[in-house]
Design a protein around this ligand. Structure first.
Ligand SMILES: Cc1ncc(COP(=O)(O)O)c(C=O)c1O
Length: 427
């Protein structure tokens, strides 16, 4: 492999490593083809979009749930209309509600915190560490007598540190809800992400590893959690399950319809293939950049379980991350930084305006007002300095399953070229 040790960087007028754009780094949506079209057509021809008009054998929704729970190794799966809905549904399933505190990482999509607020609970923001997932030490520090649940989030295919998190949660009797919206199919020490905590949630939105357009899933081994979640996702759940009486409470309809399930079910068959490919590509790049000076891989809680969809590199400082990112882009490698003060990225707590300002849709100030919440959570843009530090220093490259090995080699060559230009021969 050429390392371009002494080559002039493209950003300084040198030759680019790559002159054509890399293939897309989106996953499920890039796979949509004849099978999805046939499944959707089948639903339209049958004129039955409502799952309860069909037997479980005939319903795409039921088949999707069955296949999903078998793959995850969990007892129950419940499909819903989206990932945020899945979070709300699971939180209700777990019995989390008004006045409870729920610990969420500083780096996750704002939807994780929004779901906590939607059930009347209070998000407490904890640091992420050099895995860019929840820092177990800060999770423990943020626990109060009101803490009812913690939501580790497996960001960008990277598994969170589940052993440490589960151990702390057990000691304090806190429920663990895994947010696997960005890491379906990922694993931690041989177990599927989402199946380790008391419940796990997934998103099948357009940008996710598999997609149903919009959609989500809740998994759990706990029958009570499942039944409560099912009640939450359907205002008449006890009616549909007449032969097996459910203890009812008011839910809000969030059922997955057959059209979305048809796409989701087909996409689910593609999951293992997508991940096999992204994992192999990532390993190939990682093995080729192991000697590159000045950069450090984002630490992985389990490199074997990583989905392989994101390559993350730490640079020594935020300024150097910006410089490295620009140089890599000039070499023809699309990449990004995460926290750069220019883009208000809603995956960083600092930009969760309605959380930091305690804005609410309710005229009584619910859920923060003192008649509901007895704790003293406070927010500020600088409350998680470690997270901002890590997020500022990282450069990421998204990997797509349609890449060739030559594409991966170009990424590695460009990283090596830039790293050697900026950090080589510094002894
Ligand atoms: C980490 C995380 N949690 C939750 C969600 C919410 O999922 P959805 O967009 O399907 O509601 C997303 C999706 O964007 C996400 O990335």
């Amino acid at each position: 492999m050429t390392i371009h040790r002494s080559a002039r960087l493209a950003i300084d007028g040198g030759e680019k490593v790559r002159t054509t754009p890399l293939p897309s780094s989106l996953h499920g949506i890039e796979e949509v083809g004849d099978e999805e079209i046939a499944a959707v057509t089948d639903v339209l021809r049958r004129k039955k979009m409502f799952r309860f008009l069909l037997t479980d054998e005939d319903s795409y929704t039921a088949r999707f749930e069955t296949a999903f729970k078998e793959y995850m190794g969990s007892r129950y799966a419940l499909s819903v209309t989206g990932g945020t809905t899945a979070l709300v549904t699971a939180l209700v399933g777990l019995g989390v509600g008004t006045g409870d505190e729920v610990i969420v990482p500083a780096y996750t999509y704002i939807a994780t915190a929004a779901a906590v607020l939607r059930v009347g609970a209070i998000p407490v923001i904890a640091e992420v560490d050099d895995t860019l997932t929840l820092d177990p030490n800060d999770f423990e520090r943020k626990i109060t007598p009101l803490t009812r649940c913690v939501i580790p989030v497996h960001m960008r295919g990277w598994p969170a540190q589940m052993d440490e998190i589960m151990d702390i949660a057990r000691r304090y009797d806190i429920a663990v809800l895994e947010d696997v919206a960005q890491a379906v199919g990922g694993e931690y020490r041989g177990r599927k992400l989402g199946s380790i905590g008391q419940a796990g949630v997934f998103s099948f939105q357009h940008y996710k590893i598999i997609t149903s357009g919009e959609g989500g899933m809740v998994i759990t081994d706990d029958e009570t959690v499942f039944r409560r979640a099912a009640c939450k996702h359907d205002s008449a759940m006890s009616f549909w399950k007449k032969d097996d009486p459910w203890e009812p409470f008011a839910g809000v309809n969030a059922r997955m319809c057959e059209l979305r399930a048809a796409v989701g079910y087909v996409q689910f068959q593609r999951l293992s293939g997508i991940l096999a490919r992204t994992r192999a590509l990532k390993k190939r790049i990682v093995s080729r950049i192991s000697d590159a000076p000045g950069i450090e891989l984002v630490r992985s809680a389990d490199p074997e379980g990583d989905c392989g969809i994101t390559l993350g590199l730490f640079l020594p400082s935020a300024e150097e991350a910006q410089r490295f990112s620009a140089a890599l882009a000039a070499e023809g490698i699309s990449n990004g930084t995460i926290y750069n003060k220019e883009i208000p990225d809603r995956h960083i707590y600092r930009y969760w305006d309605y959380v930091l300002n305690k804005w609410t849709s309710d005229r009584t100030g619910y859920p923060w007002a003192p008649q509901y919440y007895k704790g003293n959570v406070e927010y500020s843009p600088d409350m998680c300095p470690n997270s901002l530090g890590y997020l500022g220093r990282v450069v990421t490259v998204g990997l797509g399953q349609k890449w060739t090995e030559a594409d991966a080699d170009d990424v590695a060559a460009a990283i090596n070229k830039v790293a050697h230009a900026y950090y080589g021969d510094q002894t």
